[in-house]
Design a protein around this ligand. Structure first.
Ligand SMILES: Nc1nc2c(ncn2[C@@H]2O[C@H](COP(=O)(O)OP(=O)(O)OP(=O)(O)O)[C@@H](O)[C@H]2O)c(=O)[nH]1
Ligand SMILES: [Mg+2]
Ligand SMILES: [Zn+2]
Length: 309
């Protein structure tokens, strides 16, 4: 079979890695028509089957995906946008100081990647600014739960070798808010890229959306990294509000101790999770985020959740 790896594409033309070369292919006609429910039927990370007439290649079939990162194409429309697939490591990039460490955002993605069974690591970048007490509390909280948190600085070249090591021979994806330093990290890992990097806009502290397109880059260490445009919000495609509790590892672990077996840990009597959040046994911010995400999933349950997928 002519098997290739999709690096990036625009909906019709896709650049793929095929037998060590990068070639441009376009979608075979029938694949173009499978997009009613799904925005971009093909995404970076997809393994695909190519057909050729001896000269040109067409992308004929997407091979089954091991996992995928999707989100609702637009808020309010029930359509899936697949950002990437077949990811070995999700590297969730955040920063201290600017943009601010936003745990609500991180926790949505952490729960989602847990649902997709994608091993996820957290990078906290820009530590050259110093880490304040609040940030330290969050970082410690994630470590206590069992997440690996890597503190990095592109400016001072701190701990970049850890990321280099993780990404060796694997397909990894960088995901995070705009301006946290995803492309900067990529440039430092492999300076041959020269991915565009921009200044964070100081007035909004939100970042400027420098990277426009999700794209998989081949690293000189044998791996691939997906650089993605910064995202502001992460709608959790196909997450059932009643299942959310299973994707917060610390909550999942405590569930058997709750009085009711089907406890959702929101306000039930005898809830071991509420007790643990109150006495500091699990990080309070995580429990608060759980409640907020639960609420938003409940409110959006008709839009984003589809049992049949
Ligand atoms: N002080 C400091 N600034 C950094 C660091 N890493 C990146 N920056 C700066 O942060 C800004 C944004 O970096 P980018 O790499 O473009 O961020 P991004 O996450 O790729 O942003 P999008 O492409 O918009 O999603 C740039 O001005 C970088 O120079 C760091 O470790 N320390
Ligand atoms: Mg970028
Ligand atoms: Zn409970």
């Amino acid at each position: 079979m002519n098997k290739a790896l999709v690096l990036y594409g625009n909906g019709i033309d896709y650049t793929v890695s095929y037998e060590g070369n990068e070639i441009i292919t376009h979608l075979k006609g029938r694949l173009l028509h499978t997009t009613k429910r799904s925005h971009h039927p093909v995404c970076p990370g997809d393994f695909v089957r190519l057909e050729t007439d001896g000269k040109d290649y067409v992308l004929a079939e997407v091979l089954p995906r091991i996992n995928k990162i999707s989100r609702p194409a637009n808020y309010g429309i029930r359509k899936e946008q697949v950002i990437a697939s077949n990811i070995d490591y999700l590297i969730l990039v955040a920063s201290v100081y600017s943009p601010k460490l936003n745990t609500g955002f991180l926790d949505r993605i952490l729960a989602y990647s847990n649902m997709q069974q994608i091993e996820t690591k957290i990078v906290v970048n820009k530590i050259d600014y110093g880490i304040c007490d609040e940030e330290l509390y969050y970082i410690d909280g994630y470590r206590k739960i069992g997440y690996e948190v890597i503190e990095t600085s592109v400016l001072e070249n701190i701990n970049i070798e850890i990321i280099n090591e993780i990404t060796k021979g694997k397909i990894s994806a960088f995901l995070g808010n705009s301006g946290v330093g995803k492309s900067s990290l990529l440039n430092l890992i492999d300076p041959s890229f020269k991915q565009k990097v921009n200044d964070t806009s100081s007035y909004s502290l939100k970042g400027k959306h420098t990277t426009k397109q999700a794209r998989l880059f081949k690293l000189s260490n044998g791996g691939y990294i997906l650089d993605t445009p910064g995202i502001r919000e992460f709608g959790m495609w196909n997450m059932d509000f009643e299942e959310l509790k299973n994707f917060f590892p610390e909550i999942y672990k405590l569930s058997p101790e709750c009085k009711y077996q089907n406890c959702l840990h929101t306000n039930e009597p005898g809830c071991a999770v509420i007790k643990a959040a109150n006495n500091g046994e699990i990080p309070e911010f995580r429990y608060e985020n759980y409640l907020k995400i639960f609420q938003s999933l409940y409110e959006n349950r008709h839009l984003y959740f589809k049992k049949d997928q």
